[in-house]
Write a protein that binds this ligand. Structure first.
Ligand code: GDP
Length: 163
């Protein structure tokens, strides 16, 4: 989820090149026009396939209708409007949909340090308030993107079988 232009496509593309990528081959050459992407991740000796769905490609979908394991809400740290949209999305998930699923808030474009308009501590505070994880990434530099991918899977595994 997230405003247009924040880097959702760029992040998903970087996931495809992750060092954690497993052996799954069916979608190893993703069709770039295909809004739904699969990536297999090998973590702790266990392989899982993550299937990413872009909300904007499914404008009519009702969140309750799809068996979603985690929500990833992306904004650009250089774009306050995208952050405001992310705030609305977090609130919608927690207060309207009332999902207990993992929600991960992502501040992307950290490479644009001089254009940063959203402080890390503000976004981290928002995430904490709504029981979300917060991560900062640069899809352009492939910075902290692997950590995000592994973090998403860890959150899903944690909620399936809490330790
Ligand atoms: P989407 O609409 O959310 O899928 O956004 P895209 O992935 O298409 O990215 C929109 C634009 O932002 C493209 O020109 C990307 O190259 C650029 N972009 C994406 N991620 C980053 C990033 O981390 N840093 C910078 N500087 N540009 C980025």
């Amino acid at each position: 989820m997230g405003a247009p232009g924040v880097g959702k496509t760029a992040l998903t593309r970087q996931f495809m090149t992750s060092e954690y990528k497993g052996t799954y081959t069916e979608s190893n050459t993703p069709d770039l026009l295909e809004p739904e992407r699969n990536v297999s991740v090998l973590l702790d000796g266990l392989e899982s396939t993550l299937h990413f769905i872009a909300e904007e490609q499914h404008p009519d979908f009702e969140i309750e209708d799809i068996p979603i394991d985690a929500f990833v809400i992306v904004f650009a740290v250089s774009d306050p409007a995208s952050y405001n949209q992310a705030i609305l999305a977090v609130r919608r998930l927690r207060e309207e949909v009332r999902t207990n699923k993992a929600v991960i808030l992502v501040g992307n474009k950290t490479d644009l340090a001089r254009q940063r308009r959203v402080a890390r501590h503000d976004a981290a505070r928002l995430a904490k308030k709504y029981h979300c994880r917060y991560a900062e990434t640069s899809a352009a530099l492939n910075h902290h993107v692997d950590e995000l991918l592994v973090g998403i899977l860890s959150q899903i595994r944690e909620q399936i079988s809490p330790s």
